[in-house]
Design a protein around this ligand. Structure first.
Ligand code: 6GU
Length: 225
């Protein structure tokens, strides 16, 4: 899978994409993540990327030309399954959407500024708008890091123990059961006996119950869907 990320702040993404599972997935060749600085396609000697808004509202607007130029260059090289704009008024990201996108071959992700992007970009160039939750971030970069991390970790083979991404919270529509490690007792706080029993059938049953109970308690909305 190839992911092209268009941004004015590529440095903001270096660290989130440069560690742990996302880093390993790139090293192993499961995913090729390319950061493109929109300013490289900026207009004129000063590589201008934003301009005043028509109508006089406050703040700068990301111009259409640099983004169009960069997108056309990339689109000439490959066909994209989706061209995503990250914005708080997009469709709210969830696990089924992530799973679907993990099967794509080429994904383009535009990070912009919610208030300041020429609307014609959204009308004519974007195929999907995604939000990561009901709050506002300064720009799409942190949302892109969230999106890419979520996609990469469910790609087959990325997580060594294949079942481990499949047992994540939300993969079966439920929250995950609690987990414990040694010591069996700390400060008089004991690990649930059933987990020490060695009875795998009982343990699986307990984990299922816990998942359901925790979902009822913490996220009843997930059970209503
Ligand atoms: Cl995708 N972008 C921005 N700027 N803010 C957000 C968001 C995205 N999702 C939630 N808040």
């Amino acid at each position: 899978m190839r992911i092209d990320i268009l941004t004015l702040l590529p440095e903001l993404l270096d660290s989130p994409l440069g560690f742990s599972i996302v880093k390993r997935a790139q090293t192993k060749g499961f995913v090729d993540i390319c950061l493109h600085n929109i300013r490289d396609c900026g207009k004129g000697t000063y590589r201008q990327v934003d301009d005043y808004a028509f109508g006089g509202s406050a703040g700068m607007v990301m111009m259409i030309e640099p983004i169009f130029t960069l997108m056309e260059k990339l689109k000439a090289e490959r066909d994209y399954d989706e061209i995503i704009f990250l914005t708080p008024d997009g469709e709210r990201l969830n696990q089924p959407m992530v799973n679907r996108m993990s099967n794509y071959t080429n994904l383009m992700v535009l990070c912009g500024h919610y208030k300041g992007i020429d609307h014609r970009i959204r009308e004519h160039l974007i195929t999907k708008e995604i939000s990561i939750g009901d709050y506002v971030l300064s720009g799409g970069e942190l949302a892109a890091a969230v999106l890419v991390d979520a996609i990469v970790r469910v790609m087959p083979g990325v997580i060594s123990d294949e079942t481990s991404a499949l047992t994540d919270s939300f993969q079966d529509g439920l929250l995950s059961p609690p987990v414990y490690s040694r010591p069996e007792e700390f400060n008089n706080w004991r690990v649930p006996e059933v987990l020490l029993s060695g009875n795998h059938k009982l343990i699986a049953q307990w984990e299922e119950e816990q998942a359901l109970e925790r979902t009822k308690l913490l996220r009843p909305d997930l059970l209503k869907e």
